[in-house]
Design a protein around this ligand. Structure first.
Ligand code: CP
Length: 331
């Protein structure tokens, strides 16, 4: 196995230290801390992807996923392996969680095996934070939130910021000032939306949340965003749209998908109202034909779509997050 070393982050990155052992959310982080991670991710992305780094050689990372995942779980695993770490995986099904073991007891048990980081996805908002605060687990290891309930999904917020910075030629500064993005759909149940709002507003972008009141309540304004109901009126004014999945597993009552699609589906007709340069994102997985149609989501048909760029950027972003939290990046 090759052990070529990933190019170290550039010198300008070292002017700011990353002082955190855990990454449980983006809310509360400063713009320079977010930029630090994004610059590190950019350096990781520019290194030849087939090469392994030894930044985390000798470390072990445990994925604890108590909710389903494709993108986040696989890309955290790839990220850890590309940094030379060992990876172990635990899913809720098939683990001792099914015998009644609590999250904290599971985290303490895995931490006691000598891993250095726990990557946690859980359906309870605050789950990762609870483990991070626990002396016997988070007190010993780094905790990275891979999505907790409707609270935060910090690595998704970072990869969305990286994708937009790339699309709008802001990789040198990670300054999104002057850009305006719409987040559309089931925002109230979305941890992605909260992390996107934290990241993108910290970097200077303005955000408008669009959806029916059940999905985009006026209370979202407390996060520093605008709230609008009429997607067709918003589309000509934004530089990009992040379409969100209706989270049927969390939404107790939703309008019928057909009613929802009539007002908020991103389709060819609506894409025609967007500015020529405007882009389309979706964190995935998507309900094809409900919040977004294939002609928009699929790159061959919807040239605005950055959905697979988001997926690709997930790997270097998660490499940066792991390396930063484990103190393996120069500061
Ligand atoms: N965006 C995202 O979190 O996707 P997965 O649920 O597949 O990880």
């Amino acid at each position: 196995m090759s052990s070529a070393t990933t190019r170290p982050p550039p010198a300008h990155q070292r002017s700011r230290a990353w002082a955190h052992r855990h990454l449980t959310g983006l809310q509360g982080l400063g713009a320079e801390e977010i930029r630090f991670l994004l610059r590190a991710a950019r350096a990781m992305a520019e290194a030849r992807p087939a090469e392994r780094s030894d930044l985390l050689h000798g470390r072990a990372i445990a994925n604890l996923f108590f909710e389903d995942s494709t993108r986040t779980r696989l890309s955290f695993s790839l990220a850890a392996k590309r940094l030379g770490a060992e990876v172990v995986d635990l899913a809720g099904a098939g683990s001792s969680v099914s015998k009644g073991e609590t999250l904290l007891d599971t985290a303490r048990t895995v931490a006691a095996m000598g891993v250095q980081a726990l990557v946690i996805r859980h359906n309870a908002s605050g789950a990762a934070e609870a483990v991070a605060r626990d002396e016997q687990s988070g007190g010993r290891v780094s905790v990275l939130n891979a999505g907790d309930g409707r609270h935060e999904h910090p690595s998704q917020g970072l990869l969305d910021a990286l994708t937009l910075a790339e699309a709008f030629d802001r990789l040198e500064t990670f300054d999104l000032t002057g850009l305006r993005f719409a987040i559309v759909g089931d925002i109230v149940h979305s941890r992605v939306a909260r992390s996107d709002i934290a990241a993108l507003t910290a970097l200077g972008a303005s955000i408008v949340c669009v959806g029916p009141p059940t999905f985009a309540p006026d209370s979202l304004r407390a996060l520093g965003v605008e709230v609008e109901r009429d997607l067709d009126a918003v589309l000509p004014e934004v530089d990009g749209v992040q379409s969100l999945r209706i989270q049927f597993e969390r939404a107790a009552s939703v309008s019928t998908p057909r009613d929802y699609a009539a007002g908020y589906q991103l389709n060819a007709e609506r894409a025609g109202r967007m500015r020529p340069h405007a882009v389309v994102l979706h964190p995935g997985p998507f309900n094809r034909g409900i919040e977004i149609t294939g002609e928009i989501a699929d790159r061959e048909q919807g040239p605005r779509s950055l959905i697979l760029r988001q997926v690709a950027n997930g790997v270097p972003v998660r490499m940066a997050c792991l390396a930063a939290c484990l103190g393996a990046l120069p500061t």
